[in-house]
Design a protein around this ligand. Structure first.
Ligand SMILES: [Zn+2]
Length: 384
């Protein structure tokens, strides 16, 4: 079975169609959705053919593709809730910051044919009754695998008008990483397909700190699936290490930012701070303990990304934990999550789907611990 069926001609055609739509008379909402879809598809197209070629190949009405001014809004939203983030992340890091020391890296990288990748993803999706997600991108020829120079593992964009997902996976990553990246991106497809109003969706995808919850949850479920079915255990252990490692790194990054004065976060000026200056600024703060010597500046920290991947990681653990331990409560809380994940972070809404901070921290801790044990058992590792 062919997995990467992506058809560049079809993508070009759709971009031109969306571009020409702006000629026609339509209501404001539809126009917004068409415009946003156009920009989304341009993003993936530019990665596939390269920015220079993208300009020359398509004859568009629009000469320029504006860069969204959304970062300011996200930063403001972060600053408005800085104390909340500080408190909750403090509790979680307290519990799990050192746990990653127990994970070990393995060299494995099993090779999978496209057919084997397809079957493994299908088998997993079947277990969560979501086979149609892969079928949709394979059949509509919107799943691409190209060299993107390791800029990212995968990316998903959505055509909000005809509800089609476009996924691009980097050719340079290992096969198992390709598989989990597709699954992650399918989590985004699921998300995009299952929110009600398209305009809310656009705001959600632009501003919400929760955009990585569903995708991370798909990843987590897939890792559980590999461990339970004993498939590619060493690769799974590696992926688990990155799953938790990246989550904790993002939480540490955000935690450091919550201890900085607002003026360093506005306009991203923290990125230009020298390490010594940082040490001075963070002296006597709680986050000082997480200031790593390896980070010589804040260049790699990103308010938006770290917030999204941090909350994505912890909430996906939390929902996974609830689903296993208290299915009734899980249904209730997860449903609340779908209803209350407004695009602006809201503390009251947050506690509609998280009972309290301690439960959240316990869930993350328990997930890490139980995954560690499973890996140890499978690989017959001795505890340190
Ligand atoms: Zn994602």
């Amino acid at each position: 079975m062919k997995l990467f069926t992506g058809d560049i001609k079809k993508l070009e055609q759709r971009i031109i169609e969306l571009d020409q739509l702006s000629n026609r008379k339509m209501d404001k909402d539809t126009e917004n959705i068409a415009n946003y879809s156009f920009f989304e598809l341009m993003v993936i197209y530019r990665y596939i053919v390269g920015i220079r070629l993208a300009k020359r190949k398509l004859i568009l009405k629009r000469r320029t593709v504006p860069i969204h001014e959304d970062e300011k809004i996200r930063v403001k939203n972060f600053l408005d809730n800085k104390d909340f983030h500080h408190e909750i992340i403090s509790i979680i890091l307290d519990q799990v910051a050192d746990d990653m020391d127990e994970f070990k890296f393995f060299e494995e990288n099993i090779n999978y044919s496209e057919d084997e990748m397809y079957n493994l993803i299908m088998k997993f999706l079947d277990s969560i009754e979501s086979k149609e997600l892969l079928l949709q991108v394979v059949n509509s020829k919107t799943l691409f695998c190209k060299n993107v120079g390791l800029l990212f593992d995968g990316i998903q964009v959505f055509d909000w008008l005809d509800k089609t997902s476009y996924i691009l996976i980097d050719k340079n990553i290992s096969d198992m990483t390709k598989i989990i990246s597709i699954i992650h991106e399918l989590g985004h497809s699921y998300d995009s397909n299952n929110l009600n109003s398209s305009n809310d969706l656009i705001n959600y995808s632009k501003y919400s700190p929760y955009t990585e919850v569903m995708s991370k949850n798909y990843e987590k479920k897939f890792l559980d699936f590999l461990l339970d079915k004993k498939i590619g255990i060493k690769d799974a252990a590696n992926l688990l290490e990155s799953y938790y490692g990246n989550t904790i790194d993002s939480l540490k990054n955000i935690f450091l930012l919550t201890d900085l004065d607002d003026k360093y976060i506005e306009g991203n000026s923290y990125k230009r701070l020298k390490f010594n200056k940082l040490v001075k600024l963070l002296d006597n703060t709680e986050s000082m303990q997480y200031l790593d010597n390896q980070i010589t500046n804040f260049e790699d920290i990103d308010v938006t990304e770290d917030l999204r991947y941090g909350y994505g990681g912890i909430l996906s653990c939390y929902f996974n934990y609830l689903e296993r331990n208290d299915p009734e409560k899980y249904k209730y809380m997860y449903n609340n999550f779908l209803n209350y994940r407004t695009f602006e972070f809201n503390e009251d809404y947050f506690y509609k789907f998280v009972e309290n901070n301690d439960i959240l921290a316990t869930a993350v801790k328990e997930e890490i611990t139980s995954d560690l044990r499973k890996v140890e058992k499978e690989l017959k590792l001795k505890r340190k």
